[in-house]
Structure formats: C-alpha cells, structure tokens
Design a protein around this ligand. Structure first.
Ligand SMILES: *[C@@H]1O[C@H](CO)[C@@H](O)[C@H](O)[C@H]1NC(C)=O
Length: 223
C-alpha cells in the first residue's frame, strides 16, 4: 500500500515530466529562433540601408564620374568654426553654446535638404578643458591657440549616426574641396553668400534653392 501510490505517482510524473520537457524544448527553440531572428534582422535593417546607400553610391561612381554624384547634392556651409556665423569666429565659446549652434545648423541643413559642411574641429574652451590647454606664452598665433584647444569632430561625435539623419561632410574632406572649387567655377549657380536671408526664403526662392553651395557664414541670423 505504501509503495502503490509512489508507483502511481511516478507513473503520473512520467507523462507530466516529458510534457514539461517538450514544452521547455519548444520554448527554448522558439526563444533561440526569436533571438536569432531579432539579432540578425534589427541591426540588418540599419546596416542594410547603409550598405544599400554605399552600394548605390559606389555603383554611381562606377557608372559615371565620381564628381557627378558629389555634385548631384547641394551643400550648406556655416563657416569653419561651429559657432562662427555672425559672431564668434575668433573666440571659443562654451560647449553648450556650440552645441546649440551645431543643432541649429544641422536642423537648417535638414530643412533645406542640403548636405551640411561640418567644421572638422571644434574648440574646447579652457573653462571645460583646463588640462588640455597649453600655457599661454602670449607668443603663439591665434591659429596655434586654435590647434591646441580644438578637438577633431569625429573624436567628439558619432558622425555616422548623425549622417543617418542629416548628411554631413567634413570641411577637411576631399568632397568639400571638390564642391568648393566647383562652386567657384559655376559662378552664380555655384555659390550664394546669404546674409539676413530667412531659411524659408532660401528654400522657396529658386535663386537659392538651386545653387550648389549656400554660405551662411556672414549671416548674424543663422543661429
Ligand atoms: C563665406 O562667407 C564668408 C563671409 O562673407 C567669407 O569670409 C568666406 O570666405 C565664405 N566661405 C566660402 C566657403 O565661400
């Protein structure tokens, strides 16, 4: 009598435990499949798009002159310092100030559907960077001070990530040099120096909307 229930229990347990085993293996397989699917498909949608972009641009480069694909786009230039337009071309303003200026520039490029020409370096004010600054002897030029107190943009920002939203090129890139030299050759269709012109006007007026390069540098309204 004492062993009977035990036997019947173990008899009952057997189908239960194999059922549990089955359920566990089904869920393990489905979790595995889900993991496999999600880990490959989610980044793939990003990488896939980026790869497609790269692919199409390399195809274009093969098909026609590389310069053509560069010149199919239009560009927005805001000066060689992040917050240069209008005011702080010589001084180095605080990071918050430069950040908001950069956002403003990126937003305008997005609005105008243009590639933003990003300064390749950003200055770090001594307030934020006491260690990195050389002691001023007073003899170095402003360019030397700039070099000593600035950082490469690509060391501060994930440019690839920015590019996913707003296309950017750096102002020390070959592309920029090609765009700039072409803009000079094209004359009026090449470059427009805009001052005090609203972005709406830049967008709707064909004089500006078709020009290869818009130079915002001189405009105090640009940020
Ligand atoms: C943009 O305009 C500023 C101010 O007029 C000028 O100093 C600068 O050389 C121009 N830059 C380009 C790339 O045209």
């Amino acid at each position: 009598m004492a062993t009977f229930p035990r036997i019947s229990k173990s008899k009952q347990q057997k189908p239960t435990s194999s059922l549990i085993l089955l359920l566990v293996s089904i869920s393990a397989i489905s979790i595995g499949l889900f993991w496999l699917f999600s880990s490959s498909s989610f980044p793939l949608s990003n990488n896939g798009a980026a790869a497609a972009k790269l692919l199409s641009s390399s195809k274009k480069k093969k098909g026609s002159d590389a310069a053509d694909s560069v010149l199919e786009k239009k560009y927005l230039y805001w000066g060689d310092r992040i917050d240069c337009p209008g005011k702080h071309c010589a001084s180095c303003e605080g990071l918050g100030h430069q950040e908001s200026s950069l956002r403003c520039a990126l937003e305008e490029a997005l609005f105008l559907n243009r590639v933003f020409v990003m300064p390749s370096r950003m200055c770090i004010n001594p307030i934020h960077n006491k260690k990195g600054i050389l002691h001023h002897s007073g003899s170095e030029t402003s360019e030397e001070r700039w070099a000593a107190s600035s950082c490469a943009m690509d060391s501060l920002y994930d440019l690839g990530l920015i590019f996913n939203t707003v296309p950017v090129i750096l102002d020390n890139s070959k592309t920029w040099h090609r765009v700039f030299s072409t803009s000079l050759k094209l004359g009026e269709r090449g470059i427009a120096h805009v001052e005090g012109t609203s972005r709406n006007y830049l967008k709707v007026n064909s004089l500006y909307s078709n020009v290869l390069l818009i130079n915002r540098t001189a405009s105090p309204l640009s940020w």
